[in-house]
Design a protein around this ligand. Structure first.
Ligand code: GTP
Ligand code: MG
Length: 206
């Protein structure tokens, strides 16, 4: 297996000495929904990707009809980093989307604070597995709709279709754009913060 890196030239982003809190975040979702693209667009270091050329093994299993120009797929994980402030650093792990690599997911979730679930509303059912595993692990998450085509539904309609509770944040994003991917991570950080504040308030009241 070879690892491939992106073309970024702004790779000299040393970890600040003041950084003390590393938060592990995973980007999950169905096959070809844009997980690697999101890690690449937002990482401040040249991301590690384990992309391999798609082979016959995926024929009849992976629906590539929505991602016709896609020639590679993640076979282990993507890794990137983004500094939130002087102390906080996010470590980003993009999960592999092809079903035969799903056995890696449970390991990837270990020590994860939260997740961004990328969904393509043309293929909503592809998100079931991610949502199921996150619920199983009790990992907090937000849902980011990666708009490959002009959206035809409101986010509330998507919430209903995915049967998501009202407190799960949902946003639109374009995984190819750094600002948009960053906004997804900020939404997740806010969500995690509000959950931990709610926990602290409950403990105080108890
Ligand atoms: N039009 C459009 N294309 C996108 C967007 N995000 C990703 N893509 C393209 O969709 C394809 C799939 O993206 P990847 O980032 O490889 O998807 P992935 O989820 O990592 O795929 P697997 O690891 O194989 O599951 C690539 O060709 C991207 O350039 C988007 O927001 N809009
Ligand atoms: Mg990928």
């Amino acid at each position: 297996m070879h690892s491939r890196t992106s073309d970024r030239d702004d790779v000299r982003a040393p970890l600040q000495a003041s950084a003390s809190d590393g938060l592990k975040i995973v980007i999950v979702g169905g096959f070809g929904v844009g997980k690697t693209t999101m890690v690449r667009s937002v990482s401040e270091i040249r991301p590690l990707s384990t992309e391999e050329t798609m082979t016959q093994a995926g024929v009849g299993i992976d629906d590539a009809s929505f991602v016709q120009h896609k020639t590679t797929t993640t076979v282990a994980f993507d890794f990137g980093r983004i500094t939130l402030d002087e102390r906080m650093v996010l470590y980003l792990f993009g999960a592999p989307g092809q079903e035969r690599f799903w056995f890696l997911w449970d390991r990837l979730f270990s020590g994860t604070l939260g997740a961004v679930v990328l969904v393509d509303t043309n293929r909503l059912a592809d998100s079931w597995y991610a949502l199921d595993r996150l619920e199983h692990h009790g990992t907090p998450f937000i849902v980011a709709r990666n708009n490959f085509t002009e959206p035809r539904h409101t986010l509330e309609e998507v919430r209903e279709a995915l049967d998501l509770p009202p407190d799960v944040p949902m946003i639109d994003c374009d995984a190819r754009k750094r600002d948009s991917s960053k906004a997804a991570l900020v939404a997740l950080a806010r969500h995690l913060y509000s959950l931990s504040s709610a926990d602290a308030a409950r403990e105080t009241l108890a």
